[in-house]
Design a protein around this ligand. Structure first.
Ligand code: HEM
Length: 288
């Protein structure tokens, strides 16, 4: 049988350890949620809790799929590309699971589901993101890529950025007070969108210079901190400076801007480490 039928094999038909690990890992959150559901560990409203868990994994997988290209370019790890499609398709499967759980929670009353989607703006936005993911998943087979031509295919698949924006809005709108993870997602989205724009303009041999990566990280951190402070000022009249200064204190836990700073710092440091010549090459030049 063609290796295409086995997601853990590469095109030569050999098992790819990277694809195998990612393939197995992608099932873990769904299996864990299923186990919790059947063991009664999801509290008094198991459907509602399952909707939340699966929704969270949907957005995390969308972001992971989006991170593949920058990580691959910054770390010069070209093999990483083989798992992008798998993660993207998994994001769609989780989105479908999230929607199906919502339908089940509404006792399969499809008229009610349709009217809720039409009336509640956060559900309309979530549904638009789901339809977008469905279109991308349906065109993710080798046959479709060939039929569409790689230019058209790439043009269509750029919509993943719009889907990520819709997903973050859907997430923020339903989160109300606890905006910790939505803010982190929003900060990462700024980084991802910025990376794409900067890469188009300033990449040298497919690599964005590290100075730009570091500057982008700084901007993403400032936008996250500013976004959080603005939200609390508008929604709860919290003093902006007090919310901003919470980023320096760990009394309220690690703030979203600090998490985005950690991410940006790790990416920049990893890129710098990867750009250094290997030690053995230095030694060889030393003896020459
Ligand atoms: C790509 C599409 C989607 C993504 C990425 C997504 C993501 C999420 C996330 C991250 C949450 C919050 C989880 C939490 O706070 O723990 C959530 C909640 C929710 N989503 Fe989605 N969602 C999507 C589509 C949909 C669709 C199509 C529907 C239904 C029409 C839907 C209905 C809900 C509901 C009902 C909640 C819980 C709201 C509440 O308890 O107040 N989502 N979603």
């Amino acid at each position: 049988m063609s290796p295409r039928f086995f997601p853990w094999k590469d095109y030569s038909g050999r098992i790819s350890p990277l694809k195998l690990v990612v393939f197995v890992a992608l099932f873990c959150p769904a299996l864990w949620t299923l186990l919790c559901f059947f063991m009664g560990w999801l509290g008094a409203r198991p459907f509602s809790e399952a909707i939340h868990q699966v929704g969270l994994w949907t957005i995390r997988l969308i972001f992971l799929a989006l991170l593949v290209t920058p990580t691959r370019q910054i770390l010069q790890w070209s093999r990483l590309l083989v798992v992008r499609r798998m993660i993207g398709v998994a994001a769609f499967a989780y989105a479908l699971g999230h929607f199906s759980l919502y339908v089940a929670d509404q006792a399969f009353d499809l008229v009610k589901v349709a009217s809720e989607i039409a009336l509640r703006i956060y559900l309309t936005i979530g549904f638009a993101a789901l339809i977008g993911l469905a279109a991308l998943a349906a065109t993710s087979t080798d046959g479709m890529i060939k039929r569409m031509g790689s230019r058209n295919w790439m043009r269509l698949h750029r919509y993943i950025y719009l889907i990520a924006v819709l997903a973050v809005i859907h997430y923020c709108m339903q989160s109300k007070l606890d905006l910790w993870e939505p803010m982190i997602m929003a900060g990462l989205l700024v980084w991802l969108l910025g990376y794409r724009l900067l890469h188009r303009r300033f990449a040298v041999r497919q690599r964005l210079p590290l100075a730009w990566v570091a500057a982008l990280g700084t901007v993403a951190v400032l936008v996250t901190a500013g976004g959080e402070a603005t939200y609390f000022a508008l929604a709860y009249h919290a003093p902006v400076m007090r919310v901003l200064s919470a980023n320096w204190s760990f009394l309220l836990g690690v703030r979203p801007a600090v998490v985005v700073l950690g991410f940006a710092g790790v990416v920049t440091a990893a890129g710098a480490a990867r750009a250094m010549p290997p030690l053995w090459a230095k030694r060889r030049t030393g003896f020459a």
